[in-house]
Design a protein around this ligand. Structure first.
Ligand code: GAP
Length: 629
């Protein structure tokens, strides 16, 4: 990650403002790498095939499309929130925990509580303990309780013995009598994660049990500034996923959280800025009392601004017709355009429609660098076929896709095919496998290949009431085609390319001493820069002129980088670190100064082996073009 940032592959999005979680920006080298990957995918999946055509659909998607596809109803993850921090977790990704669970029935403020405790011994002088209606209640609640007050931190706990339901009711009565200046009866619990089953402690004399501290924080956030928490007997609990793994706080019950980004199209919202502009420009008269139910407009008016009535009438509408979604996968626009593309391309089954483009998912926990992002790119092929060809084609794409990854430099040994078991597979899929890669953070999915049957086209045909059938000229049959879908992630593959390429070895420096070198061993096809060109010395004009001639020769055909500064070894090292596979040095031999036979030859250095060969300038273009193809 640090190399990616330092050399301009990938930066955090909006970094100077603290970063936007789950979004990444590709820098000058990252964008070249990404384009090389997408171009190669397009070349082998579309341009070199007779049976595939491409398309480029819109990101904004009609809700009807996503209703029919099932995304509106079902594209969700169960999620839970920490009651203490609000941090969100995917319920099905929580590791089961064990430990002592402390249950709290509420909290009261420190000052009222500590006064109560102190005055208990001199009831006749206490305004509360001297009250005959309250004193017996107080005794009933706190009798046999053990309390610990920390005067310095102005907090504490009170542990009630059993029958707490009864005591809770009594406490409620006391609260109603306004004995405490602040109180809460909101129940809460916290786990002392991983505690020892045989020992349960409220405090070690100096510090409260972590679960009690969490409860104190919980009530502080609920407006009891200095809480004394009221708790009952702790319980031992195992295999629980109800507590925050980071601090032990209780989590909310799981709720389904739709992963799609919803947006609105058209002039649906009035911005503060436009209100200001209208007002500042004096386009409207003095603020007239305008009847409005839109809170944004109301606040603008109270702030002394006014809006034109026409503007008000369109602003802030919650018209459902304006709702659109950012697509969660590129696939749906392929299904929706199936009939149009079938007609214009005049393809016969089996044939495919391919697309590369952005997709958006409001992932609960974006993580592992770009691996799980909220905005990412997909390379998807929908390969339509007759129903009886589905399973066979699912198998066919396995080898094709594995070959693809090998051809971009990912070793087969680091790739794995995982058959997705029935219980994990979408209900409409007759077979799915994932192509996984051994990332440094574990074996994870790069691409999913699914036999989706005729589910998608059938759904869209039904919902749109437009025929999405295929007519077979030969058999005169009409039917909805089935589909096999290889769906790969651009960003994940870029990450895999970087992980696969990263290595450290030893290389000689300018003095011939061995030193550590970082090298990205990208396949030349993927490397952001194909060739670096160095004049041996920058102050020898004929060398510089010759080097620039070679730049001019190669630049129309590949990405090149000209570098004349620093020792030649250092220049090589800088290119090794960004994965440039070839380096060309223009030296005195090139000028024919040492040996006329070597005139117009250069040194060509290969990044991985560091081997150097003498090559004629006139052969350079052909030789390099072959090696990077
Ligand atoms: N049309 C099928 C589909 O979208 P998917 O398994 O949800 O299937 C396909 O996504 C690929 O898209 C994944 O294998 C992965 O490479 C990429 N992908 C999915 N979610 C992603 C995310 N949050 N961040 C980066 N890539 C993601």
């Amino acid at each position: 990650m640090s190399l990616c940032k330092r050399r301009g592959f990938i930066f955090q999005s909006s970094e100077i403002y603290g970063g936007l979680n789950g979004a990444w920006d590709y820098g000058p080298l990252g964008v070249e790498l990404k384009r090389n990957l997408k171009n190669y995918w397009w070349r082998v999946m579309v341009q070199e095939r007779d049976d595939v055509v491409g398309m480029d659909g819109s990101i904004l998607t009609h809700p009807a499309v996503l209703r029919a596809s099932g995304h509106l109803e079902g594209f969700s993850d169960p999620m839970v929130d920490s009651l203490l921090t609000g941090k969100r977790f995917r319920a099905n990704q929580l590791e089961p925990q064990q430990g002592w669970v402390f249950n709290f029935i509420g909290a009261v403020d420190f000052d009222s509580f500590s006064n109560l405790i102190k005055e208990q011994n001199l009831p006749e002088r206490s305004a509360i303990w001297s009250r005959v209606d309250l004193a017996p209640l107080l005794r009933q609640v706190f009798i046999n309780s053990s309390c610990h007050i920390d005067d310095r931190r102005r907090t504490g706990y009170c542990h009630l013995p059993n029958h707490f339901e009864e005591q809770k009711e009594l406490l409620r009565g006391l609260i109603a009598q306004r004995i405490f200046s602040a109180s809460s009866l909101q129940p809460f619990s916290a786990m002392e994660i991983g505690s020892d089953r045989n020992v349960v402690r409220m405090s070690d004399g100096r510090h409260f049990n972590p679960a009690i501290v969490v409860a104190q924080e919980f009530y502080k956030k609920r407006d009891i500034r200095n809480p004394v928490v009221i708790m009952t007997n702790p319980q031992w609990i195992e295999h629980s996923t109800r507590y925050d793994p980071e601090n032990g706080s209780l989590l909310t019950p799981p709720r389904e959280f739709n992963l799609m980004f919803k947006t609105r199209t058209g002039p649906v919202e009035i911005s503060e800025e436009s209100l200001m502009t209208v007002s500042a420009a004096g386009a409207t008269g003095p603020a007239a009392p305008l009847v409005t139910t839109n809170p944004r407009e109301s606040s603008a008016l109270t702030a002394g601004m006014s809006v034109t009535p026409e503007y008000t009438s369109t602003a802030g509408t919650t018209d459902e017709a304006s709702v659109a979604y950012l697509r969660p996968e590129t696939a749906q626009s392929i299904f929706v355009q199936f009939k149009n593309i079938l007609e214009v391309s005049r393809k016969k089954l089996p044939f495919g429609i391919a697309q590369i483009g952005k997709a958006f998912r409001n992932e609960i926990n974006p993580r592992n660098f770009t691996f799980r992002s909220r905005e990412f790119e997909q390379m998807e092929l929908e390969y339509f076929c007759r129903p009886e060809q589905g399973m066979e084609l699912l198998e066919y794409w396995k080898e094709e896709r594995l070959k693809f990854y090998e051809n971009i430099g990912i070793r087969r040994a680091n790739l794995h095919v995982r058959d997705v078991p029935d219980e994990e597979r979408a209900f409409y899929s007759k077979g799915t496998y994932d192509i996984e890669y051994d990332f440094p953070f574990g074996r994870q999915e790069l691409e999913g290949v699914a036999y989706r049957t005729d589910y998608d086209l059938k759904q869209h045909q039904h919902a749109s009431d437009k025929s999405l059938e295929y007519f077979d000229d030969e058999t005169k049959e009409k039917f909805i085609p089935h589909v096999v879908e290889p769906s790969a992630g651009v960003d994940r593959t870029v990450l895999a390319l970087i992980c696969e390429a990263y290595s450290e070895d030893q290389a000689p420096n300018d003095k011939g001493e061995m030193e550590a070198r970082t090298v990205l061993r990208f396949h030349p096809r993927m490397a952001p820069i194909k060739c670096a060109i160095f004049p041996l010395l920058k102050n020898k004009e004929p060398l510089v002129v010759k080097a620039k001639e070679i730049v001019g020769l190669l630049r129309p055909h590949m990405t090149v980088f000209y570098d004349e500064s620093g020792a030649i070894g250092r220049r090589y090292r800088r290119q090794d670190e960004i994965g440039t596979p070839f380096g060309i040095t223009i030296d005195f031999e090139t000028l024919g100064e040492k040996d006329p036979k070597l005139r117009d030859t250069v040194t060509l250095r290969e990044r991985d082996s560091m081997k150097q060969e003498r090559v004629k300038t006139s052969d350079l273009l052909q030789l390099l073009s072959m090696r990077i193809a």
